[in-house]
Design a protein around this ligand. Sequence first.
Ligand code: ATP
Ligand code: F6P
Length: 443
Amino acid sequence: MPRKTNGVGVQAEDAQICVVMVGLPARGKSYIAQKAQRYLRWLSIPARTFNVGNYRRTDAPQPTADFFDMNNAEGERKRRAAAEAAVADMLQWFKSGGVVGILDATNSTKERRQWVMDTISKEGIEVIFVESKCDDEALIMGNIRDVKTTSPDYKGQDPETAALDFRNRIRNYEKIYKSINEDGDENDYTYLKVMDVGKQVIINRIQDYLQSRIVYYLINLHIRPRSVWLSRHGESMLNLEGRIGGDAALSYRGEEYARKLPDLVRQSVGDDRPLTVWTSTLKRTIATARHLPKHYNQLQWKALDELDAGVCDGLTYQEIKDRYPDDFAARDDDKYNYRYRGGESYRDVVIRLEPIIMELERSEDILIISHQAVIRCIYAYFMQKDQEDSPWLPVPLHTLIKLTPRAYGTDEEKTSANIKAVSTWRGKGSTAKHEDPVPEGGI
Ligand code: ATP
Ligand code: F6P
């Protein structure tokens, strides 16, 4: 099925890829699968995870460890059936235009991997194995307590008993587990082996652009605790006039926000944590950051500049509607894809933000001071917002947003500086200078 080019290199003739997770239980396979899926979807690459555990649960909702014993014929049969059902659904999904399918299972034996390889490559789909290997017992026990004792497998059960059972489940897997290419006879496979959460990686036979992109993303992931703070610049002189774009100075209230920001940040970050501050190259974000403590590293990124409104830069929405009525309507119709004449679309902004996301994944605590459209796109990445919704998210001025990545999602905390500012949010069809009130439900 033909696929549209999306600006990041995926085109009709490009490969479809099946990412096959490999590893013992509680090694972060689902975590990695979810992150890869979120990243690819954010880049408009159709991606979907097929979790074999979910398929297995229809037939064996709450199995104890002995279900996973290789000598348990009934268990073997059900596990095999679950894997077959997941692969069958995945192949169907590829037929309907899927680009990156992720098979989330342990795939811990050579036989299973051979079967997956044969079944999937037969359909002309590239296979890349991604193994997470980790022998840090304390980390594994932490993973079990964090995510396994609350899994549907142990619903209603005592967490300590559940943790013990899960440990025994792992022991059963350990009896048959073969790390990929451990015996040197899986040399022909394309694979990425991540050891001890990225301390060491092995990359074998990566073939094309999309594969290398996925691999590059995955080797940048870490699981050290950290947060990302997002703020728009303080209110600007052009905000007051309801004009978009430009490179204006801060308003009186915007200056007040800049002076208050250090306190707001200190309260949220804490005194002893090092923080790096990223701004755009525009005056209003640099001015907003200028009272922050000198020991915070500061970096300006062109990629964090506001969405370029092209010929509409500096206009009010009413002026845009008067001068370019068709464009005004087209933007409301499909705000994510609409590209200003001589300027950018939200889709364009996402593409230029990709290096920012990559760097964010590699980094620890970061404060980003940027602009409405850019913050919407970064927020959409962390909070998995749909493309149709992200350009409409309300991101109020004078508000600090703290995002903290967790095992399977992102926590969010919002702190208002309690300094009045105009609203720059605009509803569909509206040309109001300042829309008030802004609807609930966004950021
Ligand atoms: P299962 O086989 O039971 O489905 P799993 O391997 O999919 O287990 P996850 O459910 O993804 O394991 O485990 C999530 C936990 O793994 C999180 O607490 C996360 O911090 C941690 N984690 C993420 N990446 C890694 C990694 N590379 N190595 C070890 N742990 C990791
Ligand atoms: O905990 C291991 C697990 O995630 C189970 O929930 C699931 O049944 C199994 O892995 C799927 O992988 P495989 O079928 O390769 O054992």
